[in-house]
Design a protein around this ligand. Structure first.
Ligand code: F6R
Length: 560
C-alpha cells in the first residue's frame, strides 16, 4: 500500500526520492508525487506510475515523496500526495488513516478554510496551519488531536522537515551522503538506522537531526544489498520468488536450528493461529499439525473476524502469522491480545515490523524480501516452520537432512511443466478444485492464487461435497483440478467418475507432477502448493496480466 520516501543530503534529492519510491512500487500504488525544496516546496504529481512524473532539472537537496494506494477518495490529482496547507506553509505526505478526520475537517471548514481533496492528509496540513504557536509545538499537538495511524513527513516552508510516527512505520537512515527516510526498511541501503517509535517526532533542520519528543534515538548499523530488487534471469518477481523457495527454506532451517523452540512452547498447551489470506492458510496447516500430531488444543481464526475471548489462560499462546508483520487486521488482534495480557508469538518475514515489536516471541521465515503481491516463497517457509516445529516438539533430537530435502524440492520444481495445462485452462472463466483432508487446505491457497493473479473464479471444495450441490455446475466445459497426496485413492476415483459421466474432466495435480507419496507428510503441503503457484503465474502471463501487481491489490494491507 502507500509508501513514503525522503532524502536530505549532498546528492540530487529529487532523483534520490524517485529512486527510493521505485523500490516501494511493489507495494502497489495508483498515483504518486514528490515535493522538492528550492525557495519553498515545489510539487510534482502524477496519476499512474512514477514514470509519469515530470523530470526536474534543478538540483535540489531536500525532497520527499509518496506512492498512493487510494483509500480515502478516488484516484485523481487532487487526492494525490503531497498535500499543501491553505497558507502554503506545510507540505505533507502521509501513510495511515485518521479516524477523526471528518470532524476536524468540519470544524476547519467552519473557520472558512477551503479543502481541495477528499483526503485525511489535507486535513492534517490545514490543521497545522490553523493551530497557533511555534511550529514544533503545533506538530507535537498532532498526537493530542489526531486519532488513528499515521506516519508523516512534513516539510515547513523554511526547509525544516518533521517526521512523525504513530502506529504506521517510518525509518531514518544516516548515510555518508545524507539522510534517508522510508516507510519500508528494506528500501534503505547502508548506514546508521533508526526505526522510529510511536509518538516520535524528529526534526531535521539544516542537516542536523533532533528528536523533539526527547525519546532516545538508538541507531543501529544497517547493511542491505537490496538484491531482492534485481530480477536477474527472471521476468517477474513472482516467478523469481517461487524459484527462491528451496534456498529460502534452507535459510529458514539454519535459523530455526539455532532457536530454542521447545523453550517457547513448553509453557503452553492451547494455541490459536491467526492470519489473513495466504497466511491464514498456513495457520490452518499449523493448527492441523498441532491438533493431530501433537494432540494440543488448537484453532485458527481470520484476523479480520477475530473476537478475543478475554479470559485467556496463561497456557494459551496466540500465534499470528504475517509475512509483512504490518497487516492492519493482525495489528488490531495483536493490540487486543496485549490488552488482555495474552501471550503472542509472531511468525514473520519482517523482523522489524510493527507486530514484531509487539510480540512476546518471534520466529522468522528467512525468505529474504518478498516483493510480488502474491505470497509464494514466504507461504512455503511458513509451512516449513510449522512442520519443523512439530517435529522438534515431538522429538527433541529431531533433525532433517536439509541438503537432501532442498535437492528433492529443486528437482521436483524443475520438472513442473505447465504449458499444456495453461493452454487448457487459460480461457476458463471458472474452475473447481477438489481434495480431502490437508489437501483441501492446499486447495484453499491454490484457489486464492488463481483468483488473485488470473482473475478466474475458483471454488475449492471437499471432493465428497460435490454431490451435495455443486455437481449441478458440471458440464462438458468444466475443468476440475484434483489433489490427492494421501494413499486413499478410492474416494477421489468415485468423484472423478461422477464428474466424467457429466462430461467434465478431472486433472490430478499430484499425478501430473508426481508428488511423491513417501515425502514426510508434515512437509507435503509445500510440494502440493508449488505446481499451483507456477500454474497461476503462467496463466497470468498467457493472459497478458502483470502477476506482480494484480489489479486492486496491494502487498501489505495496512488498512482494516
Ligand atoms: C495472497 C496474499 C495475501 C496475504 C495477506 C496477509 O497471495 O499475499 O492474502 O497473505 O494479505 O498478509 P501478511 O502475511 O503480510 O499479513
Amino acid at each position: 500500500m502507500c509508501g513514503i520516501y525522503g532524502y536530505i543530503g549532498k546528492l540530487n534529492a529529487y532523483e534520490k526520492v524517485l529512486e527510493g519510491l521505485k523500490l516501494l512500487q511493489y507495494r502497489g500504488y495508483d498515483s504518486c508525487g514528490i515535493a522538492y525544496y528550492g525557495n519553498g516546496f515545489q510539487i510534482n504529481k502524477a496519476i499512474g506510475t512514477l514514470d509519469n512524473l515530470e523530470k526536474v532539472d534543478k538540483e535540489t537537496k531536500i525532497a520527499f515523496g509518496h506512492t498512493r494506494w487510494a483509500t480515502n477518495g478516488a484516484v485523481n490529482i487532487n487526492n494525490t500526495h503531497p498535500h499543501v496547507s491553505f497558507d502554503k506553509a506545510f507540505t505533507i505526505v502521509h501513510n495511515g488513516i485518521i479516524k477523526n478526520a471528518d470532524s476536524i475537517k468540519d470544524s476547519l471548514i467552519k473557520q472558512d478554510i477551503a479543502f481541495y481533496s477528499d483526503t485525511d492528509t489535507e486535513v492534517i496540513a490545514n490543521l497545522l496551519a490553523y493551530l497557533p504557536g511555534k511550529i514544533d509545538n503545533r506538530v507535537k499537538q498532532l498526537f493530542n488531536i489526531l486519532e488513528g495511524s499515521y506516519s508523516l513527513i512534513i516539510g515547513y516552508k523554511n526547509g525544516d522537515i518533521y517526521l512523525v510516527k504513530k502506529f504506521s512505520p517510518l525509518n531514518l537512515l544516516q548515510a555518508e551522503d545524507g539522510i534517508y527516510i522510508s516507510s519500508d526498511i528494506s528500501s534503505l541501503k547502508q548506514g546508521e538506522l533508526y526505526t522510529m517509535q510511536d509518538n516520535d517526532i524528529i526534526k531535521i533542520s539544516k542537516n542536523s537531526i533532533s528528536n523533539i519528543t526527547n525519546h532516545q534515538m538508538n541507531f543501529v548499523k544497517h547493511e542491505n544489498s537490496i538484491k531482492a530488487y534485481t530480477l536477474g534471469k527472471f521476468k517477474h518477481y513472482m516467478q523469481k520468488e517461487i524459484y527462491e523457495t528451496p534456498i529460502s527454506i534452507e535459510n529458514t532451517y539454519y535459523y530455526l536450528k539455532n532457536q530454542k523452540i521447545r523453550k517457547i512452547f513448553k509453557h503452553y498447551n492451547k494455541f490459536t493461529f491467526i492470519g489473513c489470506g495466504t497466511a491464514y492458510h498456513s495457520c490452518l496447516v499449523g493448527e492441523r499439525l498441532f491438533r493431530e500430531k501433537l494432540k494440543y488444543e488448537a484453532n485458527s481464526e481470520l484476523a479480520s473476524n477475530y473476537e478475543l475471548n478475554k479470559s485467556i489462560s496463561r497456557h494459551h499462546l496466540h500465534i499470528i502469522v504475517s509475512q509483512s508483520g504490518e497487516t492492519a487486521d493482525c495489528i488490531k488482534v495483536a493490540e487486543k491480545i496485549r490488552a488482555c495480557h495474552g501471550k503472542l508469538l509472531l511468525i514473520t518475514n519482517e523482523p522489524t515490523s510493527t507486530i514484531a515489536r509487539m510480540a512476546d516471541y518471534l520466529i522468522l521465515t528467512k525468505a529474504n524480501k518478498e516483493l510480488a503481491v502474491a505470497s509464494t516463497k514466504t507461504y512455503c517457509c511458513q509451512l516449513f516452520v510449522f512442520a519443523y516445529i512439530c517435529h522438534v516438539l515431538k522429538d527433541k533430537n529431531y533433525d532433517i537432512n536439509i541438503c537432501q530435502f532442498t535437492k528433492i524440492l529443486n528437482d521436483y520444481m524443475t520438472n513442473i511443466k505447465v504449458t499444456s495445462l495453461v493452454e487448457k485452462l487459460q480461457s476458463s472463466d471458472k474452475m473447481i478444485l477438489i481434495g480431502r483432508d490437508i489437501d483441501y487446505i492446499s486447495l484453499l491457497e491454490a484457489s486464492l492464487k488463481i483468483r488473485e493473479i488470473d482473475y478466474i473464479y475458483t471454488i475449492p471444495m471437499y471432493s465428497g461435497e460435490l454431490k451435495h450441490g455443486t455437481l449441478s455446475l458440471i458440464d462438458e466445459n468444466s475443468n476440475i483440478l484434483a489433489l490427492n497426496t494421501s494413499d486413499d485413492i478410492d474416494k477421489l476415483e468415485v468423484v472423478k467418475n461422477e464428474i466424467e459421466s457429466r462430461g467434465g474432466s478431472v486433472i490430478f495435480i499430484d499425478k501430473l507432477y508426481r508428488i511423491d507419496k513417501s515425502i514426510d507428510e508434515y512437509y507435503k503441503p509445500i510440494f502440493s502448493i508449488i505446481p499451483f503457484q507456477i500454474l497461476s503465474y503462467e496463466i497470468a502471463i498467457s493472459k497478458g496480466y502483470n502477476p506482480d501487481m494484480p489489479k486492486n491489490l496491494a502487498k501489505s494491507v495496512t488498512v482494516e
